[in-house]
Design a protein around this ligand. Sequence first.
Ligand code: PGA
Length: 246
Amino acid sequence: MTNKYIYFIANWKMFGDLTTLNSLDKVIKFSKNIKKNKIKLIYCPPSTLISSLSKRLKKTKIEVGAQNCHQSFDNGPYTGQLNSRMLKSVGTKYVIIGHSENRQLGDNDKLINLKIKSAIRAGLKVIFCIGETLKQKKNKKTYKVLADQIRNGLKSINNKSNIIIAYEPVWSIGSGLIPKSDELTKSIAHIKSQLGSKSSKILYGGSVNSNNIDKLKIIAGIDGFLIGGASQNSNKFIDIIKKTIN
Ligand code: PGA
């Protein structure tokens, strides 16, 4: 981890309500004592909490992200949807796009590409999730899947400076399993080569916790972590950060 910042992105998924936000006081306090420019701390709560959370984090170094957005830049007749401009207007700085849980619900590469373009146009930074399923891994398709997802998801996007890649093997999410160190090192190198840009940030996500972080933090080319389950508990989240930076 040679880059300036190490990213810790909390993906709360469909968990949390207004009272849950109180648990962040611990993290806010903790973040105040961290050396400037050492880490980037980003919370992606359910959209219902973005506005309250942004207000709460105003005087802190912690930033807010959304977990998804609609592909349309303009407002329109899309019941239940939120576009990136709406999310930005309530304090969102980042948006997760292409998470496997949304790919399962129908987000394909083409739609993901439109969402990324719309989010960038609105001025958001994108956390673009990619990763292979267990079946693809068993069939030795991992590299091809990653290359296809990158090529299609980032089609005709020349400036990738606002895009952070989150490599999340689907079989690792929520399962307690993580890739073998050598496999992960190779996958990260492969992603880097597909991006064609040495400066692109690459995160790892999938069952990150305070027990496996020592193994994960030494993998070459990883700029941080996208953390689901363990990010909902402030003590566990702080523990992961401490173990990474100390
Ligand atoms: P997990 O989720 O840490 O609970 O495996 C990660 C994610 O889905 O982003």
